[in-house]
Design a protein around this ligand. Structure first.
Ligand SMILES: [Zn+2]
Length: 147
């Protein structure tokens, strides 16, 4: 059976959310490098993040589902500064200024909390902890199914 990477993620929550949605649709999928990224987020960029793997035959179906989720997400969250939907949840370790501090945290042994995640707005370039939530149904449903 041929498996391909349909999407890569730099955070565990997002990767699992997407995997859950594909599984609900009956698509056989799994996460590659999940452990590595979760245990050592600093390595995430180096190894290319958590990879969502699917069977090649399911590519069209999976792409359709992932695009639909992204569209819902895009409409669900807005930048608190300018109201744009052009925002993304990113790790701050991508920025050079924070790699040093992340490295220090890693050396001190608490690397798991050394990488912070923030929302970034591509329109006004602001970063913020919480976007304006317009419709949080996507995440609510996931929480309930995990309990
Ligand atoms: Zn903005």
């Amino acid at each position: 059976m041929d498996f391909i990477i349909i999407e890569t993620f730099d955070n565990y929550i997002e990767a699992n959310l997407m995997m859950g949605r594909l599984e609900e649709a009956g698509i056989n999928c799994w996460l590659k490098d999940e452990q590595t990224v979760t245990l050592n987020p600093i390595l995430s960029n180096a190894i290319g993040g958590i990879k969502l793997m699917i069977e090649k035959n399911d590519t069209d179906k999976a792409t359709e589902i992932l695009n639909a989720i992204k569209e819902i997400k895009r409409k669900s969250f807005a930048c608190p500064h300018c109201g744009s939907h052009n925002i993304e949840y990113i790790t701050t370790s991508r920025k050079p200024s924070n790699v040093i501090s992340a490295l220090f945290t890693w050396m001190l042994g608490s690397y798991a909390i050394g990488v912070e995640q923030v929302w970034h707005c591509y329109d006004c370039n602001e970063e913020f902890e919480k976007p304006v939530e317009l419709n949080n149904e996507l995440y609510k449903n996931t929480d309930e199914s995990e309990q």
